[in-house]
Design a protein around this ligand. Structure first.
Ligand SMILES: Nc1ncnc2c1ncn2[C@@H]1O[C@H](COP(=O)(O)OP(=O)(O)OP(=O)(O)O)[C@@H](O)[C@H]1O
Ligand SMILES: [Mg+2]
Length: 252
């Protein structure tokens, strides 16, 4: 069966961190959460998928086509990657130029580029900021512009590294709305989160990563009962109990 993304026996190493035999599939149309504690390797995994890092060994396939140095541009047309930190993503002088960069590289006419930029900026509620220098945007605004740059490319797969962090509730709503509409068109989604709410309500399957190894991978309905998930994202009552206990001590 064709997978949107298939990762097979991937090994990678930084000085003090290693990715150890990671295998993972994202099926076509699937929405999969990758969860893990800080430093467990989620962003590293995403950078490997996009070819921003090179594995020691192992293969990555995007729609059955192996990712190699020679076809990175092709891969990046299919896979829209939202960086964890939007400052790493935006580089053009203005918002407009930044969102136009990808569509221009697709060789579209200036008219088509303009249409896509206007549509994408409108979708993320940033139409009023077209001439704003990207380095003057707030964190949430920068994230919206980064998302606009991705959807303007009309990708088949979205790889979203903590898409909801730092967004106000209206933008979370907008983000969900945008992504659900894309999903109805058959887009496949891989995303990271530390928030159990999004895992339970917004994913079909979950993979848990610990120190560069996948320790659980399965349907969300099963994952929610698993210790691996509770150990990684906590459970609903844990923080509440902690805080109530802390406050009751304070009042004693
Ligand atoms: N450029 C780098 N050079 C060396 N080590 C790195 C580099 N980038 C990340 N690391 C290390 O690799 C490990 C995995 O980092 P990564 O950013 O993938 O974690 P993460 O799961 O995305 O964490 P978070 O939840 O904080 O975003 C960490 O121990 C980190 O310190
Ligand atoms: Mg990360």
């Amino acid at each position: 069966m064709t997978c949107a993304i298939e990762i097979s026996h991937l090994f990678f190493k930084y000085d003090e961190f290693k990715m150890d035999d990671v295998s993972l599939s994202l099926h076509v149309g699937e929405q999969k959460a990758i969860v893990g504690l800080n430093g467990s390797g989620k962003t590293t995994l995403f950078k490997l998928i996009l070819g921003l890092l090179e594995p020691i060994s192992g293969d990555i396939f995007v729609f059955d086509r192996k990712v190699t140095r020679d076809n990175l541009w092709e891969v990046r047309q299919k896979v829209g990657f939202l960086f964890q930190n939007p400052d790493d993503q935006l580089f053009a002088p203005t918002v407009w130029e930044d969102v136009a960069f990808g569509p221009r590289n697709l060789g579209l006419s200036e008219e088509e580029v303009s249409e896509r930029v206007e549509w994408a900026l409108d979708r993320v509620g940033m139409s009023k900021f077209t001439n704003r220098p990207v380095n003057q945007l707030s964190h949430g605004q920068a994230k919206r512009v980064a998302l606009a740059g991705i959807i303007a490319m009309r990708p088949s797969i979205l790889v979203l590294d903590e898409p909801f962090s730092g967004l106000d509730f209206k933008m979370v709503h907008t983000m969900i709305d945008i992504i659900q509409k894309l999903r109805q068109e058959g887009i496949s989604i891989l995303f990271t989160t530390h928030d159990r709410f999004f895992i339970e309500n917004w994913s079909d399957s979950v993979a848990v990563i610990e120190d560069g190894r996948i320790i659980y991978d399965g349907p969300t309905k099963d994952a929610i009962r698993r210790k691996e998930l509770a150990d990684t994202v906590g459970d609903w009552n844990y923080l509440q109990e902690q805080i109530i206990s802390y406050r009751s001590h304070m009042l004693e």
